[in-house]
Design a protein around this ligand. Structure first.
Ligand code: ZN
Length: 245
């Protein structure tokens, strides 16, 4: 089985379209949360996920737009994007977001937007010690997909060791999944990369060949920027897309 892994789409339909093309050779798509927030096309991105994605978890932006958490968790730019998105979304798409669960498991992996120990806290995993509580909650799973930081990277913990290694994947590449290891993998963000690489990010998980590949995909950034400007979204939110920061 070959899964296409997407995360942090953030209403960026141009990036989503490019990524889905790059993942054409997969059997099923899964989404690690934050379908909406920041970008200009929340309804189209929700509709794509509803129709084409096999399993999705709730991101913090999805939760805020759906009225499931207060807006004081967000900085002022993110908050204005949440309010704008809320106004745009159809009732059907709001209902879809409201019904998403925080954690999904399959025989091949577990996924959560932020961290597994208390998914409702939306804690960021940015270091091996912040990864530790999620490793502790993985049980018999050897692979956990997370999103939230918009950094393509992974943490690998060998059985018997207490600290994980952290490996940057911002340039893309392949992670060979070795026996005796647990992995927390962030495939990066489709719609708002923050790891210094402005290309859209996504992953392929091949369960038979035991690897996860991180792909970086070009998309028309300037088109999205002018649509965001036209929608009156804060300058900083479209400006950063050019730099991947
Ligand atoms: Zn996000």
């Amino acid at each position: 089985m070959r899964y296409g892994i997407i995360s942090d789409i953030h209403s960026n339909l141009e990036a989503l379209t490019a990524v889905v093309d790059a993942l054409a050779d997969t059997d099923a798509l899964v989404c690690v949360g934050d379908i909406v927030g920041y970008g200009p096309d929340p309804n189209e991105c929700c509709e794509f996920v509803r129709e084409r994605v096999m399993a999705t978890v709730l991101g913090n932006h999805d939760a805020a737009v759906a009225g499931l958490m207060p807006l004081d968790w967000f900085n002022s730019y993110a908050r204005s994007a949440v309010l704008w998105t809320k106004e745009q979304l159809s009732d059907e798409n709001l209902r879809f977001l409201r019904a998403l669960g925080l954690v999904r498991e399959s025989e091949h992996f577990v996924m959560v937007h932020a961290s597994l120990d208390d998914p409702r806290r939306f804690d960021y995993i940015t270091s091996p010690w912040e990864a530790s509580p999620t490793f502790a909650e993985m049980g018999t799973h050897s692979l956990c997909f997370v999103g939230h930081t918009h950094h393509a990277e992974y943490y690998a913990l060998e059985e018997g060791r207490v600290g994980a290694d952290r490996i940057n994947m911002a340039a893309g590449g392949t992670i060979d999944l070795k026996p005796g290891f647990q992995y927390i993998i962030n495939v990066g963000s489709v719609g708002q990369p923050r790891d210094g690489n402005p290309r859209a990010s996504c992953g392929i998980y091949d369960t038979e060949k035991r690897f996860v590949q991180i792909l970086r995909v070009e998309y028309p950034v300037a088109v999205v920027q002018s649509r965001m400007r036209g929608a009156g979204l804060p300058d900083i939110l479209w400006d950063r897309l050019a730099y991947g920061l």
